[in-house]
Design a protein around this ligand. Structure first.
Ligand code: BGC
Ligand code: CA
Length: 484
């Protein structure tokens, strides 16, 4: 048999049982029946097992019978298993049905309770319905009167509604008015409190004032008495004052006049004093200047006399120099002497003539030295220290015009310097042994005083000449110092 069809059939059976089990008693019976069937099956199996065991124990060795019985047993076992297999779904179905039955029982109990409740309500409703029916019948009796009553009530309601609205409006107005009045009352209260405080304050002040007024009244009375006394005194004094005022005015006028006169005189005196002081200062200044000028004049007169004497001497010197072929260049006299002497003798020759060997410090003087056209000694030597060249006035050599490859201190014996009258003319110095014989170029020893005399005599403006005096004096002083 197809298992699914068995299950289906069992379900149909179950459904039927269920539908039958709608009645609680029937369900319980089915349940009991199934349990009894299952118990019978178990009992049958147990009985078979016992019978077979007994049979095999008594008839051991009896082959065919045994085989038959064995076959029966196997067949029974087969059936038992089949039955067991069927038993399982059946048990499950039963459990399922039991569960459903239990649920349905609960539902049924619930529905029963509802039904009972409804029955109760129905009875109550029935009673109420009866009452209402009675009432309706009663009312139906009164119905014809109700309409007029109703109209009356409607009218009353409308009237009341109208009144209510009016009252509502009035209520609103009154509420607003009340609020406004409350606000005003609050404001007035504040004002009132303020005024009360002011009143209290004023009362306090009034009392103080009253006391003060009393005191003042007493003082006033006292003063009035004093015033009366003083008035007579005052009248007397007033007369005196008027008299004095008159006198004071007269005096004031006089005082004014006198003050003005005094001020004018003081001013004049002050002016005169200033003028006098000024004139005195000018006089003193002039006296000072005069004394200075006198001293200066004295000094200048003496200088002039001295210089005039010197100028006279120099003029005669110049005349004699000119006669001896001295050349006057840039305020100095130069001479190339024809006699040939050693450097030292040559120098002495110069000194004896108020001159010295030429010192060449500029291209112009170099050019002048070359213009004599002779080999001539110049005032330069390193006799004191080899290689350290010095001029005869002990000044160091700064500007030199050495011939190419000179000075060479030939044979270690050349300490004095000559000018060579050859080209290049701007480089013509050669060191030579000092005992060589050459002519010498003489330069008159600088006489600043004489130069100044010549220079100042050319300045026509006396004031300008005078202003240069201090400068010249300083230069002369330096010149004298240098010569010593
Ligand atoms: C040299 C000079 C030197 C001179 C002496 C010349 O040939 O160039 O430097 O002083 O001889 O006589
Ligand atoms: Ca040389």
């Amino acid at each position: 048999m197809d298992p699914s069809s068995v299950v289906a059939r069992r379900r149909t059976f179950g459904t039927r049982l269920y539908s039958e089990a709608n009645d609680g008693e029937t369900g319980r019976k089915v349940n009991t029946l199934v349990l009894v069937l299952f118990g019978v099956l178990c009992m049958t199996q147990a009985t078979l097992n016992i019978v077979l065991r007994l049979y095999f124990t008594e008839n051991r060795g009896v082959g065919p019978v045994c085989e038959n019985i064995t076959a029966q047993r196997d067949d029974l076992q087969q059936k038992f298993q089949t039955l067991q297999t069927k038993h399982q779904p059946l048990s499950e179905q039963r459990d399922e049905l039991e569960k459903q039955l239990h649920d349905k029982n609960s539902v049924c109990e619930n529905i029963t309770a509802q039904r009972d409740d409804l029955q109760q309500k129905f009875q109550t409703l029935q009673t109420s319905h009866q009452t209402l029916s009675d009432l309706r019948d009663e009312l139906e009796k009164h119905l014809p009167n109700i309409d007029s009553v109703c109209e009356n009530i409607t009218a009353q309601r409308d009237d009341l509604q109208q009144k209510f609205k009016t009252l509502q409006t009035s209520h609103q107005t009154l509420s607003d008015l009340r609020d406004e009045l409350e606000k005003q009352l609050h404001d007035k209260n504040s004002v009132c409190e303020n005024i009360t405080a002011q009143r209290d304050d004023l009362q306090q002040k009034f009392k103080t004032l009253q006391t003060s007024h009393q005191t003042l009244s007493e003082q006033r009375d006292q003063l009035e008495k004093h015033l009366h006394d003083k008035n007579s005194v005052c009248e007397n004094i007033t007369a005196q004052r008027d008299d004095l005022q008159q006198k004071f005015k007269t005096l004031q006028t006089k005082h004014q006049t006198l003050s003005e006169q005094r001020d004018q005189l003081e001013k004049q005196l002050h002016d005169k004093n200033s003028v006098c002081e000024n004139i005195t200062a000018q006089r003193d200044d002039l006296q000072q200047k005069f004394r200075t000028l006198q001293t200066s004049h004295q000094s200048l007169s003496e200088q002039r006399d001295q210089l005039e004497k010197k100028l006279h001497d120099k003029m005669s010197f110049a005349e004699s120099h000119s006669e001896q072929n001295w050349r006057f260049v840039r305020g100095s006299f130069y001479l190339s002497d024809g006699s040939e002497l050693s450097w030292r003798d040559g120098r002495q020759y110069c000194l004896d003539r108020g001159a010295d060997l030429i010192i060449i410090n500029s291209p112009e003087e170099q050019k002048l030295a070359m213009s004599f056209g002779k080999r001539s000694w110049i005032g330069l030597t390193d006799a004191q220290q080899e290689g350290v060249w010095r001029w005869v006035d002990d000044s160091p050599l700064t500007t030199s015009f050495w011939h190419p490859n000179e000075p060479n201190d030939d044979k270690g014996n050349e300490d004095c310097v000559e000018v060579l009258p050859y080209e290049p003319r701007h480089a013509s110095w050669n060191d030579m042994p000092c005992d060589g014989s050459f002519t010498q170029i003489l330069k008159e020893v600088e006489d600043m005083e004489f130069k100044w005399t010549l220079f100042s005599s050319s300045i026509v403006d006396a004031a300008a000449r005078r202003s240069l005096l201090p400068v010249m004096a300083a230069i002369l002083e330096l010149s004298r110092g240098a010569r010593k």
